[in-house]
Design a protein around this ligand. Structure first.
Ligand code: 8YV
Length: 315
């Protein structure tokens, strides 16, 4: 970016305040944002008139009021595809980590120094093969998770806005027209849908209550897709076996009950790192540059985010 453009970077690697974003953008044409920059209608209204493009460094764009941006004449882009495989890897890693007690098994040795040694009942977990996985959102990432999960012997079920016959044919996946129908039938629910008004708390308290008692939840997408307090309450009460979460509500600090469940090995928590590979970050940066360059050259950038239904076009 520094080579191609006159670029001003936030080198502190910490989110800027709204005032700082507005001040730093004076005279700029493009804002490169990430998920930690909240670009709501108020902030969009305050952007200098020179700014014409918001090039999001990320797949998700729920931090941006896309309708307000478009109404203000801004183009919005994102970086899909390049983080699909890494994110899918993480989802499957979490899917394995919880029932196979990976975190517990990895820390028991350094913590105690000593261990009782192998015995037939030591560290018993639960087998993944043969279980039913319910994927919410069979888009790029959902499909990549499904393909991996099938090779681990999971039976694939899915609920999605669009039916995907190729996934059904290739993986023997079962499509559910309603999420209410799917949740009581599966052993794992994994969330792979973008966050928007329609998907906020899609895994609601009512739906969590419909899940099997020994089922668990995986979330590498956005915390607001599920009712976190309801999830915690159900695990605490033993009505749900657990959760493996790469994202959780942390605006006021992570819920201490969630941290306690993690200490009790009922929940696995990782630190929003599903796409955190060097390769993905570099390709995300390259995709941002392609979007900017194309826009500046006067053509529609390849990864525009459109306001209707908050869907995007591109690869
Ligand atoms: C990114 C993500 O790290 O791209 C996304 O939607 O959630 C993350 O994997 C983050 O968005 C970078 O802005």
């Amino acid at each position: 970016m520094a080579t191609l453009f006159e670029a001003d970077f936030n080198a502190a690697d910490e989110p800027l305040s709204a005032d700082a974003i507005v001040a730093r953008l004076a005279g700029c044409d493009v804002l490169v944002s990430s998920i930690t920059d909240r670009l709501d209608a108020d902030l969009i209204a305050r952007l200098p008139p020179t700014v014409k493009l918001v090039a999001q460094f990320g797949n998700g764009f729920d931090n941006i009021d896309v309708e307000a941006a478009h109404a203000a004449g801004l183009t919005v882009t994102n970086t899909p595809s390049v983080l699909t495989e890494d994110t899918a890897d993480m989802a499957v890693m979490l899917m394995l980590a919880l029932p196979r007690r990976l975190v517990e098994g990895a820390i028991v040795l350094p913590r105690d120094g000593q261990w009782p040694g192998w015995s037939p009942t030591w560290m018993l977990g639960r087998r993944l093969r043969g279980k039913a996985l319910g994927i919410v959102g069979m888009g790029r990432i959902g499909s990549a998770v499904a393909a991996r999960a099938r090779s681990f012997g999971l039976n694939i079920h899915y609920f999605s806005r669009n039916r995907r016959p190729p996934v059904e044919e290739a993986l023997g996946a079962t499509y559910w027209p309603t999420l209410d129908g799917m949740v009581p039938e599966v052993d794992i629910v994994s969330l792979h849908t973008p966050l928007n008004r329609a998907t906020h708390h899609i895994l609601s308290a009512e739906r969590l209550a419909r899940m099997k008692q020994d089922a668990f939840v995986v979330n590498v997408s956005r915390p607001e897709l599920l009712d976190e307090p309801a999830l915690i309450a159900r695990i605490e009460a033993g009505h749900l076996s657990g959760a493996a979460l790469d994202v959780f509500e942390n605006r006021h600090g992570i819920d201490p009950r969630l941290l306690q469940l993690a200490r009790d090995n009922r929940v696995v928590l990782t630190a929003h790192m599903a796409s955190a590979t060097l390769e993905a970050r570099l390709e995300m940066g390259e995709t941002v540059i392609v979007n900017i360059r194309t826009f500046i050259d006067g053509a529609p950038p390849p990864h525009r985010v459109l306001p209707e239904n908050r869907t995007h076009v591109g690869r």
